[in-house]
Design a protein around this ligand. Structure first.
Ligand code: ADP
Ligand code: MG
Length: 279
């Protein structure tokens, strides 16, 4: 932009506002007067005054970026590891989860697979690791396997599959929740396979499933395709095993103070049932 000679006729605050807006420095604009007064009181010189404004702008920008990444990730809820009770899920490797929350595996483009029955905290853990990734500066996309397959099929029908695949390839961490509840058609399986295949060694993928690996064929239909998919997904992988009791079930049992008549009660061991749950 060129600064016109008439610019001098305009109040400097107005011009400053325009320039800071054009330079995308909203915190400078919001804070410059207040910080100027504080700096005058503290007898801070001009470089220190500018430094204070720069620091405020960077802090605010980091916060805005984290918020933007969280919005873009489309998490169905916000969950963090702070609210995860590891004592309620003794089968889960806490040290590994904390290590994964540091996000080095995302940088290395490794994968993570959380396996276990319903209610054992797979989605909670996936959401928490997704949130940690957003906070550390990585772009994240959260979806369920069924929704992703639906979206891929829809994009294919509307001739915008390439664009969707490109988006799914560029995101640093793709979280695919709930693989295993809904079996896919042959086309759906192939489209999902392509997503995992294209991300192989290019981006980190986190999958949660209620099914052990040897039952994944029942979801994908083809044994050959499942084999090829597992081959890629498990090459550089961190496995989170969650074989304890359902958190929901235990919580409702405690609330009711009587044994729940659950259909999967036979799967539980007595020690798992004794886990101390914080509600
Ligand atoms: P899954 O995905 O394995 O079916 P979820 O992660 O959806 O299970 O967990 C079910 C509910 O129980 C969620 O509200 C989740 O936050 C909570 N939950 C599960 N495990 C824990 C845990 N160990 N500590 C705290 N909350 C938990
Ligand atoms: Mg879940």
């Amino acid at each position: 932009m060129t600064i016109s000679p008439t610019a001098t006729a305009v109040a400097p605050q107005v011009l400053l506002g325009n320039h800071l807006k054009a330079l995308k420095l909203p915190t400078f604009w919001r804070e410059y007067e207040k910080v100027a007064m504080e700096s005058a009181q503290d007898r801070a010189d001009y470089p220190r005054y500018l430094l204070r404004l720069c620091e405020l702008e960077r802090i605010d920008r980091d916060r805005r970026n984290v918020e933007r990444r969280i919005r873009m990730a489309r998490f169905p809820q916000t969950k963090s590891l702070d609210t995860f009770d590891f004592t309620a899920q003794p089968s889960l490797n806490k040290a590994l989860v904390l290590e994964l929350a540091r996000c080095e595996w995302i940088e290395k483009r490794h994968n993570c697979i959380a396996l276990g029955p319903s209610g054992t905290g797979k989605t909670h853990t996936a959401l928490a690791l997704g949130l940690a990734a957003c906070q550390k500066g990585y772009s994240v996309a959260f979806t369920t396997a069924a929704a992703l397959v639906h979206e891929l099929m829809e994009a294919r029908d509307e001739r915008r599959l390439r664009a969707l695949q490109k988006h799914l390839n560029t995101v640093k961490l793709l979280i695919v929740d709930e693989l295993g509840y809904v079996p896919f058609t042959a086309v759906g399986s192939e489209l999902l396979f392509e997503v995992f295949s294209q991300r192989y060694e290019r981006g980190a993928t986190l999958v949660t499933s209620n099914l052990p690996f040897d039952e994944w064929t029942s979801v994908f239909g083809s044994e050959r395709l499942t084999g090829a998919l597992l081959d890629r997904l498990t090459h550089h992988v961190h496995i989170l095993e969650m074989n304890g009791e359902s958190f929901r079930l235990t919580a409702s049992k405690k609330a009711q103070r009587r044994p729940a008549q659950a259909t999967n009660a036979s799967q539980k061991t007595p020690t798992e049932g004794d886990a101390d749950i914080k509600t």
